[in-house]
Structures are given as C-alpha cells and as structure tokens.
Design a protein around this ligand. Sequence first.
Ligand code: GLU
Length: 309
Amino acid sequence: MFTDKEKTIKIIENSIENSLTYANEGEVATYIPELANVNPKDFALSLVTVNGDEYKFGDYNKVFSIQSISKVISLIMALNDNSIDEVFEKVGTEPTKYKFSSLIPIDDMAANPFINAGAITTSSLIKGKDLDEKFNRVISKIKKLSNSNNITFLEEVYKSEMETTDINRSIAYYLRSKKIFSLDAEEVLDLYIRNCSIGMNSTELAHIGALLANGGKDLATNAEIISKDSVKIVLAQMASCGMYEESGSFLLEVGIPSKSGVSGAILGVVPGKCGIYVYSPRLDKSGNSVVGKKLLKILSNDLDLNIFL
Ligand code: GLU
C-alpha cells in the first residue's frame, strides 16, 4: 500500500468523487451559532503515511475549529500528566448510546473520554498553574504533535460557544458536585471550550493521526512523542467510542479507529499505515460528517485500511 503514489492518488480521487454524491445530505451544526457560518460545501481530505508522505485534496489549507478532535489531545495530555489509574478513576472507558452532550452519568462519572462529560473531566486533569498556562501547554502539545507552528485559536468560535453552552456548564458543575474534580467548574469548562475552538487545517490533523499510527514516534526522527501506553489507550478509545452513538456500527462498517467532531471533522488512524483527516460540515443525526463517514468507508475498502483484515 502507498508504494505507487499515482495509483493511490487516483484511488483517493475516485473515492472522493463517490462520497461527494452525498454532499447535500445532513445539516451543518447550528447549536454553536458560529458553526452555522461555515460553507457547507467546504471539503478537505489529508492523508499522511507513517513515512511522512502527504496526500492532500480540496480545502486542505483552510483552518477549521477542531471541536471534539480536541478530546483526543485532552486524553493524551491527561495521560501524560497523571498515571493511567488516576485518569480512569475519574472517567470510564465504555461506549454510550446517549448523545455526546448527555448529562446522564454512568456510576457518577462520564462513560468515556470522548463525550463532552469525559473531555471536561480530562480537561480537569491537565496540569498548569492557571487556565492560561494549561491552555498554552495544550497549544504547545498540538504544535509538537502536528509538526506545525501555525496552530491558531478561533476567538469567535470560542465566544459563541461560551455564550450558549448551558449544557456543558451543567455537566461541569455536576461533575464537580460528584467530586470528579475540585477545581473551579467555570475554569474547567473554559479550558474545554478553548480546546474545542482551536483552529487547524486538515494536513496538520492528519499528521497527528500519522504520529499515532506510528506508535507515537516522530515520523522523521523516530523519537517518542507520545508514550506507547497512551497510544494504545487513545486508539482503543477511538475505535470503541470515537463516533458518538454510532461507534459500533462505524467500526463494523469501516474498521478504522476514528474520532469525530461537530465541525464536520473525522480523524482516522490506521496503525502502521497512516492518519486520515476528512472535513465536510454537513452532519447526520449523531453529529458525524455524512461525507466524512462515506469517504472513510470507501477508502477503507479501496486502500485496504480495515484494521481487522
Ligand atoms: N464544543 C462542542 C460541544 O461541546 C464539541 C462537541 C463535539 O464536537 O462532539 O458541544
């Protein structure tokens, strides 16, 4: 796979064409007002192999808010700053059939790190003397993981969500009341929303996928950037919990550990092979990009990426 570049490009181009026949299905997220302002026709795909080869299509230079893809980063940081036991004392590891923004607690803690309650929890586990220091650490980490210095903060997206995020605010206070954390709930919420409002392009995100696909080792130098234990945990959680309440059917149909975000992003990781990032903002009822899901399914088949085969 990926030995014949021309052939790979042709396969990807064909897969994109097929998936874009679904481009008018679904709706752009509007519950965060600023997200409604995106162009529903925007589309980007970046695939980065573990050798560092890049395949880029569509609006791959355009910056989008990463939304829930930040949950992958928060988990990596929580695992970096705490022991594995300390993290999973506070957040579960099980998929859930409830919506990502659900308040329904499982044993008084979030079902997994990839729903909002779980990522608010992992945000509370990121170390730093104050909110700014914690957020600066997140940005520095993302720069390192994506091998890019251009990571931005989308102030308008952040403000728009902070003004409307009653549900996440309730979740933060609820978790605090259950002693999941003792920090100020507003600060934990703020860090979570800041993380969701980070702006990146599709190639930068595909680089993070490729790094995870490479066992956490830098693609060029092979230096360890993410510990092996963290990579195993993050990929297992992406496979079982990354696609909201469709995680099981997506794994069954596509067979690629993936994490979805309501901006229309999906990050897929094929261990030993590549990271893939698809962006197309129209979502299905679960909050997954319609075109993104179709495209990953076609690519999985046509590029032989299913981890179970
Ligand atoms: N900022 C979004 C929220 O908390 C992220 C949700 C998502 O992408 O799944 O609602």
